[in-house]
Design a protein around this ligand. Sequence first.
Ligand code: 2HG
Ligand code: ZN
Length: 472
Amino acid sequence: MMPAGPASPLAQLIARFGTDLIVTERSALEAVSIDQHRRHRGVPLALALPRTVADVTSLLAFCNAARIGVVPQGGNTGYCAAATPDASGSQLVLSLRRLNKIRDVDVTNGSLIVESGCLLADVQKSAAAAGRFFPLSLGSEGSCTIGGNLSTNAGGLNVLRYGMMRELTLGLEVVLADGRVLSTLQALRKDNTGYDLKQLFVGAEGTLGIITAAALKLFPAPRAAGTAFVAVPSPAAAVALLARLRDGLGELINSFELLPNVALRLLGRHLPALRQPLTTDSPWFVLCEASSADANDPLTDKLGRLLEAAIDAGEVTDAALAQNERERREFWELRENVPEAQRRAGPSVKHDVSLPIGRIADFITEAGTWITAHVEGSVLVCYGHLGDGNLHFNISGANESVTIDAHADVMKRAVHDMVAARGGSFSAEHGIGQTKVGELARYASPLELELMRNVKKMFDPNGIMNPGKVLA
Ligand code: 2HG
Ligand code: ZN
């Protein structure tokens, strides 16, 4: 009788972990096989749904020994297909959606400990229930998970004041590729004991280990806000206004977002139910906000006075101040829906760039002129977190007959070269994933790449952690 051949990796996984943890149903796999922009489709071996950190440990130890690639996936809302498996059918997608406990809320220490599968919105709610504030805020907060936010070092709408996910992290619990657990969940604000290992995992997009829990910072709850929707004549005027508001309001400014006229027109056309606060025909707009823990802080008045001075200085042509929480929400809904309005307008080519703030205005002029001259039928929708020097320099087609994707490579090269020439970054907040691996190889220095490869080799010598992402 012939000896039985070795069982397939999938059969071994099921034999070891059972079908509760290793899911193979078509419908479950379909949802995790494709990225949110529906541009990258993979074929997963199976979907792993661990229930405990010990499950993650055993799964990784097993996959490391069997050389099975593991692709961690949070809410699958990322922009660079970092959580999508390749087409080989050999990679295991691992979701921590069952690890979704809030382990601790410590108001005295100003911290909370949460598991990676928690939705960002639930972390915000836990902070609010304790009378505190967790400031990470993104359009996808109802579906993205904190593990994904950590792994991509998410940014969003409040970075100007509170920083990106990196700055909000006090400690992590991480399962390494070989199954060992590294824990720094003590939630200390000061801890100068050697290298800050946790920071290597923030923004590593699951290529170094699996983050299972995090200790995060809490802040005083904002109880008063001043929010304005402002017409500005140019990006240079917006930059001058930013300096004026920072000077006048200091660290109370939490957001300063730039919007072009075309974004408001797209919103008007595709999401007409959203009320627009200004009817002024202006080429650019700014949505800015300051907030304070002091409920009696007259921030709307202060912001109003600063905006009057800005009108006198020619930096602002018109302004609407939110008079209540409903209006404030309306202003923010407009901003948060710009990506959706652009999506409804058809395919677009996105660039997520950052520059020193003093070079932004000149970049928008040069890159905008280049796009108009070289891509017929294109519409530039350049908006974003001006206060952080971060622009979403996105290009749509003027109508359905323009296939904007056909120009993606040539636009990407021109835009990223113009960014690099000004000392900027080709990926400000959306990461590398699989879509920008070539860009990292091109724009990072040889020394940076060598060091990153060495870090990868040290944590993941068998290359099982999210293979093909970040580094080629
Ligand atoms: C935002 O700022 C997001 O709204 C999405 O980062 C940006 O869709 C985009 O390009
Ligand atoms: Zn953004």
